[in-house]
Design a protein around this ligand. Sequence first.
Ligand SMILES: Nc1nc2c(ncn2[C@@H]2O[C@H](COP(=O)(O)OP(=O)(O)O)[C@@H](O)[C@H]2O)c(=O)[nH]1
Ligand SMILES: [Mg+2]
Length: 300
Amino acid sequence: MPINADFFYQKAEEDFLNAKTTEDKIEKLQKMISASPKHKGSENLRAELNKRLVKLKRESEKEKAKKKGKSVGVKKEGDAQVTLFGFPQSGKSTLLSKLTNAKPRISEIPYTTNQPEIGTLDLEGLKVQVVDLPARIDDKEVLGIARASDFIVVVVTSLDQLITLNNFFKKENMMTGKTFILNKIDSISQEELKKFEKLPVIKVSSKTGQGLDILKQKIFESIQLIRVYTKEPGKKPSERPMIVRKDSTIKKMAEKIRKDYSERFLKAKIWGNSAKFNGQIVGISHILKDKDIVELYLKW
Ligand SMILES: Nc1nc2c(ncn2[C@@H]2O[C@H](COP(=O)(O)OP(=O)(O)O)[C@@H](O)[C@H]2O)c(=O)[nH]1
Ligand SMILES: [Mg+2]
């Protein structure tokens, strides 16, 4: 064989041996095959290399399928995102259907939720995206979604579950941004209920709706957003609220409507929780409270 062909083959082999990923290996092996000696005596070698290529391609397919099947990413929508987290059969899907417009599959067979189910909880104009996570609590992607959400509602039906999950969150360094709720209080034993008496756990029944208002209030407080209504002089307040961060100033709110509104700001009139009296005139650094009504006066 010509000496330079041998050189190219050896170089290709070296590259192949250094390849790290399956994709990379496939690419380098293909180069190796095309650089391999083409005479009769090397038929066995080429057959061997082709066999390896087939095997690698199969491996690559498997890797891709695995990635696809496990992908449970959720696009954030609405003003905030809350995730439901808990063991199978704890009633997460039922809870989702009670809190939101979603119609998830509810089943007596565990692990019915393979993909996250999503619904919107409307807190008087504040839209909360609620995500019912697949019941694979130790799955990295599921945990990733929970971690990335604004608040986690951990659903349990026994003290054992609570302890297990609490330890789990400790291990994962996820100690804040969540609340535990005890579900199925309509059917769990008095004995079990008693264990929760002194715990800071919201007791609910997704079935009867008991406790759900308290849960909604907890979600509202935890996501740290408020609703404010804008108003034009002589007219009624807007029907839909603007959503701003808790403790936002009028400046923040004005800029959210239009970038240049804070420069053009003259004064504001307010009604509601942050007003000392109806129609109080305030400046741009006034701090807003939930459900305030604000009338902006601009210079030009
Ligand atoms: N008695 C009672 N049963 C419930 C309650 N919430 C859910 N379930 C039942 O528990 C089972 C599992 O509910 P599901 O919502 O699918 O749980 P998930 O696996 O956590 O999504 C179903 O048979 C539900 O009807 C509840 O508050 N009370
Ligand atoms: Mg479910």
